[in-house]
Design a protein around this ligand. Structure first.
Ligand code: FES
Ligand code: CO
Length: 364
């Protein structure tokens, strides 16, 4: 049997990734009741407490293990659908309807840090986050408005999406249906600035300006230039600030919240210095929808077990941001005493079959 193992970052096997904040659900989706979300393979129940603040706890009751997210919210507590036990935002059981006795402290579920930002409930699975929620200053600026865009699962690793957003060689190929053009296969310039928890890349890229964008940007030219300020926030958030020659600024904020090794929740909103009267939000979303679907098609075809070592894949100069991201992930793992995990791969088909047979035998 030929089993080739490659070292790669498998998000659920790197405990340090539990020490970051992730947006897990738009808060407005919690208004009509609790919802389930799986973060790094941890099933969660999300709900709003009596003050409208989001709460997160393990999605499993400590009585008979029923899924709390199937229950309802009663006076700000999550009530189990099975026998009605109620838990508060700290995970303590505050009501057992069948008894009036005092409730022992062992009657509890694990609760996780949860807070609202930018209209989303953000969760950190560890008590000691390494860094705060990414700051998007423009959301505080009255000249800007925020528009929720997308909330959906993508079958790929977040790291691939982070690299993609900072990769200025892909638009000419991937985004030919929207803004990419064969006339600009490369950025005109790129500069880099590493920070403790991220990376800033500045660049300019020539793009086409199709009809919908001409309306959205109120710019009647068929081609234009994007001045890009791209910030990666470790581990899986990118802020893509796109400025156009007429002063319009379109900022995409995208987080790929890790669900499992091969599955991410794509959470995206945008921030713009125009108004609904200038450009309807629906038109902004329509254009970004087309762009993201172009990326999704390709990114879902990539391997989810991304190697952090530069030796496993080949590179060109436009991959430098991605290589810095990988280097910083490798340093993060090292600093926390973790190593990249391995995944069996590239089994020739007869071996794959015999492995399947073997696994089936073990299971029976
Ligand atoms: Fe939750 Fe019984 S299983 S109250
Ligand atoms: Co793209």
């Amino acid at each position: 049997m030929t089993i080739i193992e490659i070292e790669s970052m498998l998000v659920t096997k790197q405990p340090v990734l539990r020490r970051f904040w992730y947006p897990v659900i738009p808060v407005e989706q919690l208004v009509d009741g609790p919802k389930a979300f799986t973060l790094l393979q941890q099933p969660l129940v999300l709900w709003l407490d009596e003050n409208g603040h989001p709460c997160a706890a393990e999605d499993r009751c400590c009585h008979r293990s029923a899924q709390l997210s199937l229950g309802k919210v009663v006076e700000g507590h999550i009530a189990c659908p099975y026998h009605g036990w109620q838990f508060n935002g700290q995970g303590s059981c505050v009501k057992v309807p069948q008894t009036g006795c005092e409730i022992a402290p062992s009657y509890r579920v694990a609760a996780y840090a949860c807070t609202e930002r930018y209209g989303y409930a953000w969760v950190c699975l560890a008590d000691n986050p390494l860094v705060g929620i990414p700051e998007i200053e423009e959301t505080q600026d009255p000249a800007y408005r925020s528009i929720h865009e997308f909330y959906e699962t993508w079958n790929c690793a977040g790291l691939r999406v982070m690299e993609n957003e900072l990769d200025l060689a892909h638009p000419a190929f991937v985004h030919q249906g929207t803004f990419g053009t064969a006339e600009h296969t490369m950025p005109d310039r790129m500069t880099f600035h590493e920070t403790e928890w991220g990376l800033h890349v500045h660049g300019t890229l020539g793009v086409v300006n199709p009809k919908l964008q001409q309306q959205n940007l109120q710019m009647q030219t068929t081609a234009t230039v994007r001045t890009l300020d791209m910030t990666w926030f470790m581990p899986f958030t990118v802020k893509l600030r796109i400025a156009y020659p007429n002063g319009r600024v379109h900022i995409v904020v995208n987080t790929m919240t890790p669900i499992a090794d091969d599955l991410s929740q794509m959470v995206q909103f945008c921030v713009r210095n125009d108004t609904e009267a200038d450009t309807p939000a629906a038109d902004v979303i329509a254009f970004d929808r087309a762009v993201t679907l172009e990326d999704k098609r390709i990114l879902e075809s990539t391997d989810f077990d991304v190697p952090l070592s530069p030796k496993r894949e080949q590179h060109i100069f436009t991959d430098k941001p991605g290589l810095i991201i990988r280097k910083k992930f490798a340093a993060l793992l090292k600093a926390h005493g973790e190593v990249e995990q391995t995944r069996e791969t590239s089994l020739p088909s007869p071996d794959r079959q015999s492995l399947g047979n073997w696994q089936a035998k073990q299971a029976s």
